[in-house]
Design a protein around this ligand. Structure first.
Ligand code: PBG
Length: 323
């Protein structure tokens, strides 16, 4: 005779629902949005079906929809008209992201506006830091990142999210924000960001692929896990309010480990390649897109993510509303 039968608790949908350990909520999500120069543009991103690049005048309607679905936050990425060696358009008062923040805050003041702070979308070489003789200069880059973060704060951003992976940038940004009177602006640090092939579709969308070399002198080696703890602890020490692990799916062990040691919220970035893989399989009829989306996001939360940055946010919000 079997005394213990785990299947008893799987007998019906109602019982399974009752004992379910992880539940997704629309409040878990952050929706990424690409803002580009120009007017009247809503341009599809070929490698990311269902995602678009919006000009500033077109972005508000999109954000209204996101907000009406109950999604509490967006993260903005900018595609400027002009790029240069130091990415100077990234801290311009009339830069694409700065303009978008103002427009969004004007019509939907309560949505949480997060901005990606990085140089790769704004530099002509496509690196996240400033190169000198083929090497990325860490400490010079910090000044420019701080300027960019301050300009986002000035435009009305609630949270700035540095994704460059330079050493010491959280401390540099915190200091600059405080000096300029933006003590209330939070930092969500891309603390544990790997040098990943899964960013491919994003780089097409943001026109930010490096022109020479790759990002492996600043982003982390996918083979390393202990180092993730070092990066997370450093950023917490430097004053991060939240930290992020990126990508998400191949790094669930990292999300788990980081969550164990963190006293601050942990976000996971379900990146462009993770989105595109599933969309492509769905379009080919190889995977059930809806089912796999729900499974993916549930597992990211189960691993320990308090927040999930995902291109699926709108689709998943609609699913949750139907439930
Ligand atoms: C900018 C940045 C990248 C992503 C977020 N911020 C690209 C990169 O580091 O090359 C990737 C997001 C995604 O793939 O969805 N540094």
């Amino acid at each position: 005779m079997l005394r213990i039968r785990p299947r008893r608790l799987r007998k019906s949908p109602a019982i399974r629902d009752m004992v379910r350990e992880t539940r997704l909520s629309v409040k878990d999500f952050v929706y990424p949005i690409f803002v580009r120069y120009g007017k009247g543009i809503k341009e599809p991103i070929p490698s990311m079906p269902g995602q678009f690049r919006y000009s500033v005048d077109m972005v508000v309607d999109e954000v209204k929809e996101v907000w009406s679905l109950g999604i509490p936050a967006i993260i903005l990425f900018g595609i400027p008209e002009k790029k240069d060696h130091i990415g100077s358009s990234s801290w311009a008062d009339d830069g694409v992201v700065q303009q978008a923040i103002r427009e969004i805050k004007d019509s939907i003041p309560d949505i949480v506006v997060i901005t990606d702070v990085c140089l790769c979308e704004y530099t002509d070489h496509g690196h996240c830091g400033i190169p000198k003789d083929g090497k990325i200069e860490n400490d010079i880059t910090l000044e420019y990142l701080a300027k960019q973060a301050v300009s986002h704060a000035k435009a009305g951003a609630d949270i700035v999210a540095p994704s460059d992976m330079m050493d010491g940038r959280v401390a540099a940004i915190r200091k600059a924000l405080d000096e300029e009177g933006y003590q209330d602006v939070a930092i969500l640090s891309y603390a544990v960001k790997y040098a990943s092939g899964f960013y491919g579709p994003f780089r097409e969308a943001a026109e930010s692929a490096p022109m020479f070399g790759d990002r492996s002198t600043y982003q982390m080696d996918p083979a390393n896990a202990v180092e993730a703890i070092k990066e997370a602890m450093l950023d917490i020490e430097e004053g991060a309010d939240m930290i992020m692990v990126k990508p998400a799916l191949p790094y669930l062990d990292i999300i788990y480990r980081v969550k164990q040691i963190s006293e601050i919220p942990v976000a996971a970035y379900n990146v462009s390649g993770e989105y595109s893989m599933l969309k492509a399989s769905e379009q080919n009829g190889w995977l059930d897109g809806k089912r796999c989306m729900i499974e993916m996001l549930t597992c990211i939360k189960r691993a320990g993510a308090d927040l999930i940055i995902t291109y699926f946010a709108k689709d998943m919000a609609k699913e949750l509303a139907n439930e």
